[in-house]
Design a protein around this ligand. Structure first.
Ligand code: GLV
Ligand code: MN
Length: 203
């Protein structure tokens, strides 16, 4: 989904992540001078362990990112990779990636992987070790551990920076908040239910 590169590589120059002026510029970050590029720029060891234990999260999940922010060598190459760890019963909660399709490859354990199409159809499959499932770009999806043991997947994207919109925080944790009346009317529920959801997702 990313633009085609016009050179072999363009290792992202050092930049402050999360800074206000740190918008990824089209078609990626500025390149560091090629005379300073070394083999290590094309190496990433950040997925050898989860960033934090899946059991530490209320969802029982941990996603470790290998996008261009973590792995500057990916800049302009149009791909990236995450590691998803799920404790038994854990879920990587409903979310979308506005800029990429996602290939979910299960490395260990067993997870229900599913997405909803623009026609409102739910497609899902229990995916086991060595098996894969694909999530089309921009569609809401999840992974849910249905096995008795921990489960792990590698997720591969056709974007260096797929973007992440988590459904519940986007709606109930937005800052400043979306008015209760808008959410209550949109979901056709009582305002009390919206207040409860906001209490869980507003920081
Ligand atoms: C899984 O859905 C991921 O986005 O890594
Ligand atoms: Mn995803």
């Amino acid at each position: 989904a990313d633009p085609e590169p016009v050179q072999d590589f363009c290792v992202a120059a050092a930049h402050k992540t999360g800074a206000a002026d740190d918008q990824p510029t089209f078609p990626g970050f500025p390149c560091k001078p090629s005379s300073t590029v070394v083999s290590d720029d094309f190496f990433f060891g950040g997925l050898s362990a989860p960033a934090k234990p899946a059991s530490d999260s209320p969802f029982g999940s941990a996603v470790t990112s290998g996008n261009v922010e973590a792995f500057p060598g990916l800049n302009t190459l149009g791909l990236s990779i995450n590691r998803v760890d799920l404790a038994p019963g854990g879920v990587n909660p409903l979310h979308t990636h506005p800029r990429a399709a996602e290939l979910v490859h299960v490395v260990s354990g067993e997870m229900l992987v599913g997405f909803v199409s623009t026609a409102g159809k739910f497609y899902s499959k229990v995916v086991g070790e060595g098996q894969s499932f694909v999530i089309p770009r921009g569609l809401t999806h999840f992974q849910y551990n249905v096995g008795a043991t921990a489960a792990r997947a590698l997720t591969v994207f056709n974007s260096q920076l797929p973007g992440l919109v988590l459904a519940a925080p986007a709606l109930f944790g937005a800052d400043p908040e979306i008015p209760d009346a808008v959410l209550a009317k949109s979901f056709q529920v009582d305002g009390e239910i919206i207040k409860l959801l906001k209490s869980k997702f507003r920081k």
